[in-house]
Design a binder for this molecule. Structure first.
Ligand SMILES: [Zn+2]
Ligand SMILES: [Zn+2]
Length: 72
């Protein structure tokens, strides 16, 4: 089972270069609902596979929704 262990706070990306976060090598964890700056394929926190490509407006909306629901 994949749960957020709050380890991701150490990998949490702050700011980004380029047009969007993915362009700067940041990856999205759907469990932690955070963009992480790491070279791993899987989240160092919850070991779920990280998303490294954008999916358009719909997904961005989702991300914002999730982010509002999670701690900051
Ligand atoms: Zn996490
Ligand atoms: Zn995670």
């Amino acid at each position: 089972m994949n749960v957020c262990k709050v380890i991701c706070v150490r990998f949490k990306a702050t700011g980004y270069k380029g047009r969007h976060k993915y362009e700067d090598g940041q990856k999205l964890c759907s469990i932690c609902a955070e963009f992480l700056k790491c070279s791993e394929i899987r989240c160092p926190c919850c070991s779920v596979k990280l998303r490294c490509t954008p999916r358009g407006n719909q997904s961005r909306k989702e991300i914002h929704e999730k982010r509002k629901a999670v701690w900051h």
